[in-house]
Structure formats: C-alpha cells, structure tokens
Design a protein around this ligand. Structure first.
Ligand SMILES: *Cc1c(COP(=O)(O)O)cnc(C)c1O
Length: 416
C-alpha cells in the first residue's frame, strides 16, 4: 500500500502504481529545467509530452495569460465569443495551407480528434449519403484515449487492447509504403470505400504509437486515394504541429492538404489545455444550411478558454519573433550527432531523427523502471515507453543541455 505517501489520493496515467517507483514531485520549472521538491534539478528531454516548445515559464506567455486573467478568464462559447479566440482562429487559418478556414476549439487533443471524426461522419449525413461511418486508420497510430479515438489507434501495439470488444470497428492497416502494403491498401479501399467517412493519419511521424517515421510520398498517396474514392482526409498534427518535425506543420513539408487537421500539444506552448479542429471550406459548407439538424452537435464547456487562447496567441508571437524553425534544424543536427553512436550498441535496433524528435529504438522491451531511474541519476528527465527511448526537447534548449541529454541516453542504453 502507498501508506502515508503524499500521492495516495492520486491516480496516475499509464502506470501500474503498485510496482512503479513513486512519481517525482516537481516544485518548479524554468526554461528546460525541472526542479524537484527535494532540490534536485533535471534537464528536460521531453518538454512535457512535447508541449513546452518555448521552454517552461516563458515570460511572454506568462504576461499574456496574466493580462487575460484580469480581463476575462473564461466565458461559455455558446452564444458568446471573444477577441483572443477570434484572433487565434484567424492566425491559425493564415498559417495553415489552402482553405483550412474554420476552427472548432476544444480542450484536449483527444477531443479535437473526436470532433474531427464526428465532423467527417456528419459531413456525409448532411449531404444525404448514408452508411459512411467507418474510418481507415493505420498501424502504429495514436490518436487519443477516448473511445472513438481508441478505435483509430493501433489495435495491437496500442495502449488500448483491453477495449477491443467495446470499440466501434474500423479498418486499420499498414501505411502504404511498399509494394505489398500499397496493394493491401488499394484492396481495402476498393472493398470498403462506400462505408468509409475518412482516412486518418499522423503525418510524417506517428508519435505515441512508437515514434515511427514515414516519407511525404505516403501522404500524397493518401490524398490521391481520398480524392479517387471521395473520402475526407484527416491529419492529426497534435504531435507534429508547430515545428516539431522541422516545418511549421508536417503538411507543409509533405505539400499535402488535409480536409481536417487536429492541433493541440504545443498550441499554447505547454501552458494551458487547448485544442483545435480546423476544417476546409467544403467541409464547413456541408454544415451551413437552413436545417438546424445539420449543425455540428458538439460544445465542450471550456472550449476556446480565453486564458488558453491568450497563451496560444502569445506562443504564435514567439514563433514569429524568434527563430524557432532554425532552432529545430540545429537540434536535428545535434540529435543526429549525439544519438548516432547508439546505433552500434548491442541493444539498439534503430536510431532515427526528424526535426526535434530523436529516437533510439531498442531490440527488446527494456526494463522501463530501471531505465527511468538511471536517467534521473544522470540529471535528466527522459521517459522511454515500449521499446523507444526518445527526446522531444524545447526548441529553445541550449546545445550543452542537449548534449547532456544525448550522452545520458548513450550511457543508459549501453547499460552504464
Ligand atoms: C497526444 C496526442 C493525442 C491526444 O491528445 P490529448 O490531449 O492527450 O487528449 C492525439 N493525437 C496525437 C497525435 C497525440 O500526440
């Protein structure tokens, strides 16, 4: 039993609390440092699930949130709007390619994917086309923890296999990127296109499902298939958005425009919970009608929270004023140099780097508990999962800190 442990009332995520080491208590954060309550200081390699892209406690974001707190912390979005949300929607649409021009705000990544899935299903219903209510998704995918999003995650490798029997059934296959998988993809589309509402994918990097990369050509193939079979294409850029893979959005590098895009994680620079589902004009048009039943029936209580929108606007200011994408390029070079030596190690299957994502994939499932403890002993916060040890640091990280992170990975993976 946890006994008098101060965490005794907390229920922690993805954690067997009986056997896991107790969580580290954080007293404060600053830049790329996590200060623990016991006085230790860790260099952060993860940026809190890759949200804190400007480092923690950025003064510009703090000022924006503080200012907003005095004026208007939150109002419901039913019948009311506010300046920060309007400005943020405007700026997101200006940053996104083509006619991705309608923003639906919500409060978490999973919900933004739920909304995208709901939009896709209702899109067809509003057009009077029935029976298109399944999704084509991919192995290695992670789209969230709620029921509809679990049903588009990788069913075997994912975190949700217990729920297989309760989930809506979708088509989950390999990304089409070789002769066999392309043939399989084409066969499935031929067989199921009439039942599909949309194809959903994390473009370029599948994140929490294993940090797996694919080339932009795969996305061009998905776009072509969606066009041929008249399906919507949804990009979940919750991981990849806001510079993580080297371009502002992965769809920019791929030069492929989705019909719906999901954003969250780094949207507020890691300050507040906020997400956005952005749709192209033709998607929105299917909801624009004299028939009230054609409205999108969704509305989270805290949608477009004004503090979160202020944080997101401040985060976008920083992307404009500071050289974030250049910083990502520098991080990419540094990660390549620092992680490459791991490739020769006995335990290592693959080393891969894209933008500010550095991955060391191991051959066998490591003892995660031991590894996590070892990283703390090395003065860093790195949190491997499955067979993957990875870095997704803040874009503002100093080279010297990044080198300490990659050195720690080399030591720990080598078993030192
Ligand atoms: C984190 C993540 C989600 C889920 O976001 P939450 O805010 O945790 O609900 C969905 N898709 C991708 C690609 C993610 O990285």
């Amino acid at each position: 039993m946890a006994g008098k442990d101060e965490a005794e009332h907390l229920w922690l995520p993805y954690c067997q609390m009986k056997t896991a080491a107790p969580p580290l208590k954080v007293a404060s954060t600053q830049g790329t440092r996590i200060r623990l309550a016991d006085g230790r200081e860790l260099i952060d390699g993860i940026a809190s699930w890759w949200t804190a892209c400007h480092g923690y406690n950025h003064p510009h974001i703090r000022e924006a949130v503080t200012r907003q707190l005095a004026i208007l912390p939150h109002v419901m979005f039913g019948g009311l709007v506010h300046e920060e949300a309007q400005r943020l929607a405007h700026r997101l649409c200006a940053l996104l390619p083509g006619d991705l021009t309608r923003v639906f705000f919500s409060d978490s990544g999973s919900v933004s994917v739920e909304v995208a899935l709901k939009m896709a299903v209702q899109f067809w219903l509003n057009k009077g086309i029935r029976g298109r209510n399944k999704f084509l998704a991919f192995k290695g995918a992670y789209h969230g923890d709620t029921f509809a999003t679990m049903a588009v995650c990788d069913p075997q490798e994912g975190m949700h296999k217990h729920f297989a029997g309760v989930l809506p059934s979708n088509i989950v296959t390999d990304l089409p990127r070789g002769e066999e998988t392309i043939a399989q993809f084409d066969r499935l589309l031929e067989a199921y296109a009439d039942e599909l509402a949309a194809i959903i994918v994390e473009p370029l990097v599948q994140g929490a499902g294993g940090m797996i990369f694919h080339p932009p050509q795969v996305l061009s193939r998905l776009r072509a298939a969606a066009d041929r079979y008249d399906l919507l294409l949804i990009f979940d850029e919750i991981f990849t958005g806001f510079g993580r893979t080297g371009s502002m959005f992965a769809c920019d590098e791929a030069e492929v425009q989705p019909d719906i895009i999901c954003l969250s994680k780094a949207l507020t620079g890691g300050t507040m919970a906020l997400a956005a589902t952005v749709a192209r004009a033709h998607v929105f048009e299917a909801f624009w009608s004299d028939d009230p039943s054609h409205s999108l029936m969704h509305g989270p209580t805290y949608m477009a929270n004004a503090l979160a929108c202020a944080a997101a606007n401040a985060s976008l200011d920083l992307f404009e004023r500071e050289p974030r994408l250049e910083q990502v390029e520098r991080i990419e070079q540094e990660l390549k140099a620092g992680l490459e030596p791991c490739r020769e190690m006995r335990a290592v299957k693959d080393v891969r780097v894209k933008g500010a994502v550095g991955v060391v994939e191991l051959k066998a499932g490591p003892d995660l508990e031991t590894m996590r403890r070892r990283f703390v002993e090395h003065g860093v916060f790195v949190r491997p999962f499955g067979r993957v040890v990875y870095l997704t640091p803040a874009f503002t990280i100093e080279v010297i800190d990044l080198q300490q992170l990659t050195r720690a990975i080399a030591h720990v993976v080598a078993g030192e």
